[in-house]
Design a binder for this molecule. Structure first.
Ligand code: AMP
Length: 431
């Protein structure tokens, strides 16, 4: 006999694991509603071209991609932002702006499986279309903050940067976009030495090299001071200075929005995805060296997919890593499912129809009443009810029925008493 296992990097979600994921998803949905993001769903399969257009080499090479039977090149989505931008470009062109869309969906990347890195994982997303104002960027940061607080995190930080600072410096030097992408990717992987070598190969000026080296050093929590140092370093570089001003305005608005979270500014910060055009960020909790989520501004993606030019900013909190962090910090509530279950058991076989009828009536009144369905002894049924965390067992026996009563057993208190059937619902619902 063959034993089948999950495909490498894939996971089965057993009830306890799924309850944890659902807990996080529920908090995400609360935030969708609270901040006015309408939930959408897109297909798990997308055209390879759509996803790879601006994915960055790292993700491009880790896609599950294949030809379908019709000969189309297809990919299992490695992230959702391109799908949302496609929907906005094709189907929501005429919607009033700003347009706010949310999603929760599984993604696939052929990553090396390890803690917090899976080949199938879940991302939530908040995407805001139709505003280039820094307050829109600040709102996305505030939504992230709200989500983290609602999940119970008190200690977390946001790493923040702005891709237009470096990109403007490179553009001023005439570095082609493809080379800029290679540089940004090396920086995303913290491979700074390789990035310096590439810059030398590209024969950029000494000033450009010095600026880049200088920017890499500008990182820390004293963001006001870092912005000032950035301004000194970037003197005369109008485009890069404008990006710094934009970053400062965004941070200012987050403070007005009540976001007091610690900011770790990194002016040499880059993210793997090529579509970012402005502010970028990642969320961290102490003790877990991987980002729980990330996001940023991407002003040209909708246009690239055939829509009108439409500025956009968004983020993707990673559900799995959030669950991992909640687990590590002991922040999951003790009871993830709050439904109080009642097991209805007939003491004599011939009273089974009566027990079924009773459970059915309780369900009509909104009680999660379940039937004993194996025909086993009362003792075994009660032992099952104990193991499965039933709140009550209702025992239907001939002696009590003669008095129009049943036995109500409190499984927590391990105590039981006779209760008139007419009172049963009140006894269970309004103790
Ligand atoms: P990205 O789309 O790369 O910006 O990732 C956004 C978030 O998705 C990350 O911060 C993680 O929380 C999550 N994520 C990305 N890749 C993986 C993975 N292989 N396994 C689990 N979570 C992931």
């Amino acid at each position: 006999m063959t034993t089948y296992r999950t495909v490498r990097g894939m996971r089965d979600f057993l009830p306890a694991d799924l309850a944890k994921r659902r807990f996080v998803e529920e908090k995400v949905r609360e935030c969708f509603n609270f901040y006015g993001y309408d939930e959408v769903e897109t297909p798990i399969l997308e055209s390879f071209d759509l996803i790879s257009a601006k994915a960055g080499d790292e993700i491009r090479h880790r896609m599950y991609a294949f030809k379908d039977l019709g000969g189309r090149m297809i990919a299992l989505r490695p992230e959702i932002t391109p799908s949302i931008a496609r929907v906005v470009a094709n189907k929501l062109r005429t919607e009033v702006k700003p347009l706010k869309l949310g999603y929760i969906a599984n993604c696939f990347r052929y990553d090396n499986p390890q803690m917090g890195r899976y080949r199938e994982f879940w991302q939530a997303g908040f995407e805001l279309f139709g505003s280039s104002h820094p307050v829109a960027d600040a709102e996305v940061l505030a939504v992230n903050n709200e989500l983290m607080r609602r999940l119970g995190f008190t200690d977390f930080s946001i790493k923040i940067g702005h891709v237009a600072i470096l990109r403007q410096v490179f553009t001023d030097e005439g570095v082609a976009e493809a080379d800029q992408n290679r540089l940004m990717e090396l920086m995303d992987k913290q491979e700074h030495t390789k990035a310096y070598h590439l810059l030398s190969d590209l024969k950029v000026s000494d000033d450009c090299q010095a600026t880049m080296k200088g920017l890499f050093k500008l990182r820390g929590t004293d963001w006001k001071n870092l912005l000032e140092k950035g301004r000194q370093l970037l003197q005369q570089k109008e485009g890069a200075l404008a990006a710094l001003d934009n970053l400062e305005a965004i941070i200012g608005f987050t403070r007005s929005l009540g976001v007091k979270t610690e900011l770790f500014m990194d002016l040499g910060f880059a993210r793997g995805l090529e579509y970012y055009t402005g502010m970028i960020f990642e969320v961290f909790v102490p003790g877990l060296g991987i980002a729980l989520g990330g996001g940023g501004r991407y002003d040209h993606l909708v246009e690239l997919f055939g829509g009108e030019p439409l500025p956009a900013v968004g983020c993707a909190p990673g559900i799995d890593r959030i669950a991992l962090a909640l687990e590590k910090k002991g922040l999951f509530p003790d009871q993830l499912t709050h439904v109080e279950k009642v097991l209805v058991v007939s003491i004599q076989k011939e009273l089974l129809p009566k027990a079924l009828e009773l459970a059915s009536n309780l369900r009509k009144q909104g009680v999660a009443a379940h039937n004993e369905v194996t025909g086993r002894s009362v003792g075994s049924a009660l032992s099952y009810a104990g193991k499965k965390n039933y709140r009550y067992a209702v025992l239907v026996g001939s002696t009590e029925l003669e008095r129009q009563c049943v036995i109500l057993r409190d499984m927590k208190a391990e105590a039981q008493r006779e209760v008139p059937i007419t009172n049963l619902f009140n006894e269970i619902a309004f103790r």
